[in-house]
Ligand binder design. Structure first.
Ligand code: ADP
Length: 453
């Protein structure tokens, strides 16, 4: 396997000869084997543009998806081959893993046994054992097609939502840097509520949501929570587990119950994390019930009547905005896209200052720590501070007194934290949006992906 320098050289070579198919395939295979899954996915996609019918590239793409638990897209990548007699058995095993991930155990077992009968070297005892277990979901059927959709009837009472109502203790003061992002949110969310006359004078209504996107850990959730605090609104943080349910129809009911919870607690910031899983392009969705969640989400955003979502500000976050169905970006829905960038050195110093605010500290050179943490995002910096605090706590316990945190503690901790791969995220973003910015939707992102990472 290549070392990191070799991989970097390969990346560089592929960047210089983007149409060299063997090179791109090799890069994609290397990325996959080294576990750079998002970047591998983007490379396989790029290779597939050059050779759309290549089963090996599709298999690579599907494997990258499966290993990221994106089972629906994996099946979409494999589907063109699975219907043809004598398709490569390796694709069958991948399909089995994806189907199992989707809860379609019977169909998965069928694919697996067919593949292994044709090529016994593909046998995977761990997978076989999982396939032998009783199916956990009621909606898997034996065919590879979608399960029948059982629409929730309007009369069905909404279940109790599992998301909870919070009061945020953070405001924009607790969010370091991101001045442009905070300003955009103020105009969009806060001013219409704080100065309704001004908005009315210009014939504008409050409403519509904001989609925050950027690399993981850059502070999207923190920002949404701070927006709620800034506004004095309640905050409902909705994770995927609050909505997605293995029972067909239940996810739609959960979604409706969550919107109702926000409406009962207005003014409210309703925040959807990882929204790409709920709002993915319907064309990417293989199954009717997944498409139905998207439709339900759109219906809730639009509201049954004009005032249904009055006082409910919908924010959503995603690391993969390119997967979001364009219907979500129409006026009144997520009509504003806001890029949450990775922090530069001065923002990193400011984040560290905020994170250390309530800890015993000696004099601290946050700038020095910021300089050695290039490419670290907020979540990584939080990891650095947490680690340094743990170490200090151990020392304080042995010494029998509180020893304050100092610059060397943070510098030492920084060495042991592996940062989120912002570079990988930028490479993926570049592949998706570089040639797809006709509408100007990605203008904010462009200077970032054009920069060297
Ligand atoms: P994301 O939602 O983008 O994945 P989070 O909002 O969960 O990232 O960020 C993780 C943590 O990093 C937050 O809980 C917060 O403590 C810290 N953090 C991130 N960005 C900032 C920031 N700009 N200012 C202060 N803290 C931040």
């Amino acid at each position: 396997m290549l070392d990191d320098a070799g991989l970097q050289a390969l990346r560089e070579a592929a960047r210089l000869s983007p149409d060299n198919l063997p090179l791109r395939r090799h890069l994609a295979d290397q990325l996959l084997s080294k576990g750079y899954l998002a970047e591998a996915e983007a490379e396989f996609r790029a290779a597939l543009v050059l050779a759309p019918k290549d089963p090996d590239i599709s298999a690579g793409l599907a494997e990258a998806f499966v290993r990221q638990s994106s089972f629906g897209p994996a099946l979409s990548a494999l589907e063109p081959f699975l219907g043809t007699p004598g398709y490569p058995p390796r694709l069958g095993v991948l399909a089995a893993r994806a189907l199992l991930g989707e809860g379609e155990t019977a169909a998965a077992a069928h694919r697996y046994h067919d593949a292994v009968t044709r090529d016994p070297s593909l046998a995977d005892p761990a997978l076989a054992a999982r396939l032998a277990a009783p199916p956990p979901t009621p909606y898997g059927n034996a065919s590879t097609g979608g399960a029948a959709y059982d629409a929730p009837s309007p009369a069905t009472p909404s279940p109790e939502p599992s998301a909870e109502v919070e009061r945020s203790r953070f405001t924009f003061e607790d969010v370091a840097g991101m001045e442009a992002v905070k300003e955009a949110l103020k105009v969009k969310l806060l001013l219409p509520i704080q100065q309704p006359e001004l908005f009315a004078a210009f014939g504008k209504r409050a409403g519509g949501g904001v989609l925050l996107y950027g690399p993981p850990g850059a502070g999207k959730t923190h920002l949404a929570r701070a927006a709620a605090g800034e506004l004095g609104a309640s905050f409902v943080n909705v994770g995927l587990a609050d909505i997605l349910d293995m029972y067909v129809g239940s996810s739609e009911r959960n979604l409706r119950a969550t919107f109702d919870l926000a409406r009962r607690n207005r003014p409210c910031v309703l925040f959807f994390d990882e929204v790409d899983a709920l709002a993915a392009r319907r064309s990417d969705m293989r199954q009717a019930h997944s498409r139905q969640i998207v439709n339900q989400f759109l219906a809730e955003l639009d509201g049954v009547d004009q005032d249904a979502n009055e006082g409910v500000l919908v924010l959503a976050a995603t690391n993969a905005p390119w997967y979001i169905d364009v219907a979500f970006r129409r006026p009144g829905r997520f009509d504003q896209l806001v890029f949450v960038p990775p922090p530069d050195a001065s923002a990193r110093a400011a984040i560290l200052r905020i994170l250390c605010r309530d800890k015993p500290i000696a004099e601290m050179d946050f700038g020095a720590v910021a300089r050695v943490t290039e490419h670290f995002v907020g979540a990584d910096l939080k990891g650095v501070v947490d680690r340094a605090v743990e170490a200090k706590l151990q020392q304080s316990i042995s010494a029998g007194r509180a020893i304050p945190l100092s610059t060397p503690d943070l510098l030492t901790a920084a060495k042991s934290v592996r940062p989120t791969s912002v570079r990988e995220w930028m490479a993926t973003a570049r592949n998706y949006v570089m040639h797809a910015n006709d509408s100007g939707a990605w203008d904010e992102l462009m200077p970032w992906i054009k920069a060297k990472w």
